[in-house]
Design a binder for this molecule. Structure first.
Ligand code: MRU
Length: 348
C-alpha cells in the first residue's frame, strides 16, 4: 500500500496516519485542502517527498471544491490554496516544488473548469507514480555503495512512509538487503519525534532487515569504536553548493562520522535540490512547538520540571564537505558538488 493514495470514487486523499505508528496502523481520509494543510503541519504525513505529493493532491481538492465558474476564477482559488499549503512546513523544498508544478499545470489552456480539475488530478497522479519510480532508480544506484557485511547508521525515517512508496536512504538499504547483502542497521531513534524508533524500526521489521535502535547520542561511540562502515540519511533541501538540510541531529552524526573516516551519504530525489540557494545558510529551518521536546515521560511521570522551556529546531544543515557523495535518481554525485549538481540539474 502507498503512503498516500487518491480514492477516485470518494474523491478523497487516503493516507497512513504516521502519528499512530507503530502501535496502530490507521488510515485517514481527507476531503478538503485545509485538512491536507493540517495533516502536513501535524505530521500525519511527513518526509519531504511525501509532503510534496500530499500538497499536490491538496491542490486537486481545492479545485474540486472551488465554486469558480470559469477557469480564471479557479486559478485564483488555486493560488490561495497553494499559499496555504506551502506555509504548512518551511524546510523541505519538495513542498514548493510540487505546488509550483501544479500551478504551472493550471496555467495551461482549458475549455472548462472540469477540464482543469481533470488535468490537476492527472498531474498529481503522475507525481505520485514518478516518486515511486525514481526512488527505485535511486535505490539501484545507492545499493552499489553498500558492501556485504556493512553496518550502517541511518537517521530519521526515509523509507516508504517518507515518500509515496519505497523510500530514499532506507530504500537503498532495503534493496541492498534484497540483493542478499548481509547488512545491519543501527537506527538512530531521532529525538524528539522518534521517526527512527517508531517508523524506521517498524519498516525494517517488515522487510526483515536486521537492526538495533540506538539513542542518537550513542552514534559517536559506535563510529569511534570502528563498529560502523557507512552513514546514510535523506535530505529536505540541498543548496547549490551541496549543503544539506535534514532532520535535526544529521549534522552531529556527519561530524562524528567524518572525524572517524566513515563515509556519509545523503540520498535525495532531484526535487530536493534547490539551485536558487547559494548555501545551507539560506535554508529556512523549521522550529516546532516546545512540547515535542518536553512531553517526555520517565518511569511513567513527566521527565522535565513543570515550568521547563525548550528549543525545538526540526532540521539542521550539514555542510557539503562532510559528504562523501549525494545519491540521486540521476546517479551518485561526488564533489565538487556545485559543478556536479548543476550538471545533473541541467534538463530539470
Ligand atoms: O520532520 P520530518 O519527519 O518530515 O523529517 C523528515 C526528514 O528529515 C527526512 O530525512 C527527509 O524528509 C528525507 S525523507 C525521504
Amino acid at each position: 500500500m502507498r503512503t498516500l493514495e487518491w480514492d477516485s470514487s470518494k474523491q478523497q486523499l487516503q493516507m497512513i496516519d504516521q502519528r499512530a505508528l507503530p502501535s496502530k496502523f490507521e488510515l485517514i481520509y481527507l476531503d478538503t485542502y485545509p485538512a491536507v494543510t493540517q495533516s502536513i503541519k501535524n505530521m500525519t504525513v511527513r518526509g519531504a517527498p511525501a509532503i510534496g505529493v500530499a500538497a499536490a493532491f491538496g491542490m486537486v481538492l481545492a479545485a474540486i471544491h472551488s465554486t469558480a465558474n470559469d477557469v480564471e476564477a479557479m486559478r485564483r482559488d488555486l493560488t490561495v490554496a497553494a499559499e496555504e499549503l506551502g506555509a504548512s512546513r518551511p524546510t523541505a523544498v519538495n513542498l514548493p516544488w510540487a505546488l509550483k508544478r501544479m500551478l504551472r499545470t493550471a496555467s495551461g489552456s482549458f475549455e472548462s473548469v472540469q477540464d482543469l480539475r481533470d488535468e490537476l488530478l492527472a498531474e498529481a497522479q503522475r507525481m505520485a507514480d514518478e516518486d515511486v519510480a525514481l526512488n527505485c532508480q535511486i535505490a539501484a544506484f545507492g545499493a552499489e555503495l553498500i558492501d556485504d557485511g556493512d553496518t550502517i547508521i541511518h537517521h530519521c525515517n526515509t523509507g516508504a512512509l517518507a515518500t509515496v512508496d519505497w523510500g530514499t536512504a532506507l530504500g537503498v538499504i532495503r534493496l541492498a538487503h534484497e540483493q542478499g547483502k548481509n547488512i545491519h542497521v543501527l537506527v538512530d531513534e531521532t529525538r524528539p519525534r522518534l521517526q527512527g524508533a517508531r517508523l524506521t524500526a517498524w519498516e525494517l521489521s517488515q522487510y526483515k532487515v536486521p537492526y538495533d535502535i540506538i539513542s542518537d547520542n550513542a552514534a559517536g561511540h559506535f563510529l569511534r569504536t570502528g563498529q560502523v562502515n557507512k552513514v546514510f540519511f535523506g535530505g529536505d533541501r540541498v543548496a547549490r553548493n551541496g549543503d544539506v538540510a535534514n532532520k535535526i541531529g544529521s549534522y552531529m552524526l556527519a561530524l562524528a562520522a567524518n572525524t572517524n573516516h566513515v563515509p556519509v551519504y545523503s540520498v535525495i530525489p532531484t526535487s530536493t535540490i534547490d539551485l536558487e540557494l547559494k548555501n545551507g545558510d539560506e535554508i529556512p529551518i523549521e522550529e516546532r512547538d516546545q512540547d515535542e521536546v518536553l512531553n517526555l515521560q520517565f518511569r511513567g511521570k513527566p521527565a522535565t520540571p513543570a515550568n521547563a522551556s525548550a528549543r525545538n529546531p526540526a532540521f539542521d544543515v550539514t555542510p557539503h564537505e562532510l559528504f562523501t557523495a549525494l545519491v540521486t535518481e540521476e546517479g551518485v554525485v561526488y564533489p565538487p558538488f556545485e559543478n556536479n549538481l548543476q550538471k545533473i540539474m541541467q534538463d530539470k
